[in-house]
Design a protein around this ligand. Structure first.
Ligand code: 4NP
Length: 160
């Protein structure tokens, strides 16, 4: 049997310690539940370099655990130029991330079209962005995870 081509997805936020690792964890949780995890290669990255190599923020880890999945093994990294040719979809959590990614991808053939906002995959009325929860409380982190799960559910439905 020939190996199936995996769809490669990169989730991106600012610090890569709150929203994008939550989205990566949410997507992996959903693909495992559906038995389709082997059809995807998933990672997350940040546009800012303050937390490189760090595990996700404890508040994000706790909110994901409350939702039923573990992101403690993930480590923060920066978006790098090769990401724009490697990934099929590069999904930004907010408009600043989106703009920064479009700037970084200038001149790389086809990259601009592969950069999208994540939240619209949740469908109409869900909003376009996942707000930065960094200055928020536990309830804001729960909201981040709910948005990650909702958008990733729509994303997965659009791909299988
Ligand atoms: P994230 O949240 O972009 O969802 O990972 C943030 C994490 C860290 C900072 C800002 C946002 N920071 O300013 O260090």
């Amino acid at each position: 049997m020939t190996a199936m081509k995996q769809t490669k997805i990169l989730f991106v936020c600012l610090g890569n310690i709150c929203r994008s690792p939550s989205a990566q964890g949410a997507f992996e949780y959903l693909t495992q539940k559906e038995g389709v995890a082997d059809r995807f290669e998933v990672d997350s990255a940040g546009t800012g370099d303050w937390h490189l190599g760090e595990a996700p923020d404890k508040r994000a880890q706790a909110a994901c655990k409350r939702a039923g999945f573990d992101i403690s093994h993930l480590r923060a990294r920066l978006v790098k130029p090769e990401d724009f040719t490697h990934y099929d979809l590069i999904l930004a959590c907010d408009s600043n991330n989106y703009r920064d990614l479009q700037t970084m991808a200038k001149g790389i053939e086809g990259a601009s079209d592969r950069i999208r906002l994540l939240m619209p995959y949740a469908g109409p009325g869900a909003g376009n962005v996942i707000p930065d929860p960094w200055y928020g409380n536990d309830s804001d982190f729960d909201s981040t995870v709910r948005m990650a799960l909702k958008s990733c559910k729509g994303l997965l439905e659009s791909l299988i």
